[in-house]
Ligand binder design. Structure first.
Ligand SMILES: CCCC(=O)SCCNC(=O)CCNC(=O)[C@H](O)C(C)(C)COP(=O)(O)OP(=O)(O)OC[C@H]1O[C@@H](n2cnc3c(N)ncnc32)[C@H](O)[C@@H]1OP(=O)(O)O
Length: 300
């Protein structure tokens, strides 16, 4: 009995590690040393990344370091990875809102950490660590929204691009300040930005390093919606209501929808079509499909 339980646990853990590897970009073969960078990041503590899972299938991920405008300390980078793992294992989840505490989104990497790890080996490992985490966030089978209040600067701006949608409140600002730091985006923000706004607009945003408010962001299609309220809890309520119009429905179907879109977004056409076929097979003739056939709804 104990042996069977142990074997089961071992198998589940193995499956989980394999799944994480599949969804990640970098491993040892790329010179990536995860344990080394985690040990390093662990030295720079402060703030937290919190997750609450609501009964409606929406997760609320909160960057919580308001003293530093929610800048990412080392331990927050590690906590973000842990929360993403939790979300990958949340089978009832349908949506995700990423936001910051204290009415502001995130001012990027904590500059104190940046200074301490400004050597090449740590920089590359941190870059691969964050790209792995944000790629896994982007690939979650949840419809995700970045709720931008206040400022989303540097890595904070990059984080918004790992979400499916960006909602902005009055007075908020997304700003790729990297050029002024003598940097380019390294958390995957440039690659994703090009896919969101196109190459020309991405060059303007990165080369200009200027703040983009809700109106211009909507024009560039960087933002998907401008919310009317800047107040913390009101904005969260409005973001939840906006997201619910897309997450309303059975979890299996919403998750399958996100998976076919991820495949279409990331894979060459033939591979995306095959993946769509496989995912179609998981819902066709399934309980939600059969119930809909019994109801015979009219779509007027
Ligand atoms: C690949 C990743 C690359 C990166 O992310 S590099 C980091 C890019 N981000 C930045 O350079 C942002 C630097 N911060 C700023 O420009 C301004 O603080 C910001 C965000 C416009 C806010 O301005 P204000 O509203 O006037 O507030 P403030 O400057 O007084 O800030 C309040 C306290 O927060 C601190 N803070 C803000 N962003 C930080 C950061 N990224 N790292 C470390 N500390 C940061 C700031 O120093 C200030 O602290 P204190 O009150 O002076 O002790």
């Amino acid at each position: 009995m104990a042996l069977a339980l142990w074997k089961n646990l071992l198998q589940t853990t193995k499956k989980r590690i394999l799944q994480q590897r599949r969804l990640s970009l970098y491993n040892g073969a790329h010179g990536y040393e995860e344990e080394l960078i985690k040990k390093k990041l662990q030295q720079f503590s402060g703030g937290s990344v919190n997750l609450s899972k609501e009964d409606n299938g929406i997760g609320i991920l909160t960057l919580n370091n308001p003293k530093l405008m929610n800048a990412f300390t080392g331990t927050m980078m590690i906590e973000l990875q842990e929360r993403v793992t939790e979300l990958e294992n949340w089978k009832d989840g349908k949506g995700l809102i990423v936001h910051g505490a204290g009415n502001t989104f995130c001012s990027g990497s904590d500059l104190n950490v940046v200074k301490e790890i400004s050597n090449s080996q740590d920089g590359m490992n941190m870059c691969m660590f964050m790209q792995n985490t944000l790629t896994r966030l982007m690939r979650l089978p949840l419809i995700s929204v970045a709720l931008v209040q206040g400022k989303a600067f540097g890595g904070g701006a990059e984080l918004t691009t790992a979400c499916d949608f960006r909602l902005m409140t009055p007075g908020s600002e997304i700003r790729f300040v990297h050029k002024h730091m003598g940097l380019v985006p390294g958390w995957g923000g440039a690659a994703r930005l090009v896919r969101i706004v196109g190459g020309g607009a991405a060059l303007q945003l990165l080369g200009g390093a200027a703040g983009v408010g809700p109106e211009r962001a909507l024009g560039l299609r960087l933002a998907d919606h401008a919310l009317p309220n800047a107040d913390d809890s009101a904005a969260l309520g409005e973001a939840r209501a906006w997201l619910t119009q897309y997450t309303d429905g059975p979890a299996a179907v919403i998750r399958a929808l996100k998976k076919v879109v991820t495949a279409g977004r990331e894979l060459p056409l033939e591979a995306a079509l095959r993946t769509e076929k496989d995912i179609f097979g998981t819902v066709w003739g399934g309980p939600d499909n059969l119930q809909a056939l019994v109801r015979r709804p009219k779509h007027r």
